[in-house]
Ligand binder design. Structure first.
Ligand code: SF4
Ligand code: SF4
Length: 135
């Protein structure tokens, strides 16, 4: 399975609990999450456009996100905090290590500001749990 993520989707994936924009979007996202859980060494390519998560999103219109401008703001903040750029490849294991080290709770509140899912709390909970894990 080839996986690509826009920068903000690394943290979204950490917190994914089955919520999403449509049944197809959620089903596609579960397949990605399960694949990453089964093999944390799967490489993930960082991209600056629609990615594996966007595949069945109702806001993906012919390969362009309908809220691209807003999404680019999220991507820019996440890429700066995580130190990743389009074209990079990292495994899910490496991505989690980077999130754990570099995405402080303070950084999370800045990075995810404006996201409609932020207030439901699952992303913050997943981040807290990851950062509380031992080395
Ligand atoms: S809203 Fe845009 S960036 Fe988010 S999953 Fe849908 S198409 Fe992708
Ligand atoms: S708050 Fe939004 S952008 Fe941030 S990790 Fe959660 S779903 Fe992704």
């Amino acid at each position: 399975m080839k996986i690509s993520f826009r920068p903000h989707h690394f943290l979204c994936t950490l917190g994914f609990q089955g919520k999403g924009y449509s049944p197809g979007f959620v089903q596609n996202y579960w397949q990605i999450v399960i694949a990453l859980h089964q093999n944390e060494e799967l490489p993930i390519q960082v991209v600056q456009h629609v990615d594996s998560v966007c595949g069945l999103c109702p806001y993906n219109g012919n390969g362009v996100c309908a809220t691209e401008e807003k999404i680019q703001t999220l991507d820019l903040r996440h890429s700066q905090i995580l130190g990743i750029s389009p074209g990079d490849h990292l495994t899910w294991k490496e991505a989690k290590e980077r999130i754990k080290k570099q995405m402080t709770l303070q950084a999370f509140h800045k990075a995810c500001q404006g996201c409609q899912w932020k207030s439901c709390g699952v992303c913050e909970t997943a981040l807290r749990e990851l950062r509380e894990e031992g080395p």
